[in-house]
Design a protein around this ligand. Sequence first.
Ligand code: ZN
Length: 426
Amino acid sequence: MDINKELIAFLDRSPTCFHAVDNIRRTLKENGYRELSEAEHWDLSAGNYFCTRNDSSLIAFRIPQGEWNGFMIGAAHSDSPAFKIKENPDIHKDGMTVLNVEKYGGMLCAPWFDRPLSAAGRAVVKENGRLVTKLINIDRDLLVIPSLAIHMNRKANEEASYNVQEDMKPLLTGGEKSFMAVVAQETGIREEDILGYDLYVCPRTRGTVWGAENEFISAPHLDDLQCAFGNLRGFMEAEETAAVPVYALFDNEEVGSRTKQGADSTFLEDVLGRIAESCNKEYRVCAACSFMVSADNAHAVHPNYSGKADPVNRPAINGGIVLKFSGNQKYTSDAVSAAVFRSVCEKADVPVQVFTNRSDMVGGSTLGNISNSHVSLHTVDIGLPQLAMHSPWETAGVRDTEYLVRAMKAFFSSSLAVEDGAIRIG
Ligand code: ZN
């Protein structure tokens, strides 16, 4: 199957980070990866492994048969901006029921109006005296956030502003049925057995490939599941090298990463430390011979807002992988890490382009520098060029997906050695 069709199938099955991680877990298991529990001792030999934290972050790795000296890490994030459904979500008014929601991350609000939506996430359920996590995905059109007609707000197009508490409440029913009763009915879980939940409003619009030359892909969650998918492909297709390839997927990038499973947690450090310990290696020596690619989508030049891009560094959709730089080091890329990544892409015959913010604009940030405060190693920030970042339906390029797979395959097939202060990519 075409790689972008596979990406769309993955996106369709991944309405939340919990589903994305579960889909990747299944893929890894089908390919012979052994799931480790953080709650048990790890006795590792050559082989393929992974573990998850909070069911929303995941780290997979391979210990080679031969000697190895460090870690080659490819990281991305599993979460996307969405409306989180609050506790006691029902608001009954005028014979209808709408849902009480709040923001998760910084989304564009406008495109959430007038499109089919549903709810997904997880619930914790009492089962035979244990607390068990269940994935929830109400796989049908269930909710809509209706716009106010132009006749009742003549300035809607000139003065767009959205108050989440007032304007963004999704309509559930023209009656009084409660949201949790709908969840129970749709999942077969008894309402009284649900002791906790993390449920989100999610877009229902399916991904598609479009454009005069079928050059674009649009779908929910391209930021950052396009990178999560491309990194995974590259990781699984890579050849054995003198390093441990590590696939890392972190939750909570969109809200600052400061959770037990985010990039600002001990998750990566814990896993790498346990690998080193189990293989009788000195962790700090391994870290010094390691490299991380932090992959999170980048802004392409927008045809209608071309002045928003830097005058020179102007990433084009389907123009290749974007290397991200920022003067304040919000992006980790520097002379050394850019040089390493450029040599890997050259070997893989993948084009590289550059993103910098306009000097009068404050840009976004990502997980690379946050992760570096726990696991400090050479890191580069990259991404695939896209439009409409943080819309519930984003747009990117079909060729760029292939470029990422190829570049990450070459990256995960490499190792890094430090010789007299110089770096050799093997
Ligand atoms: Zn992102």
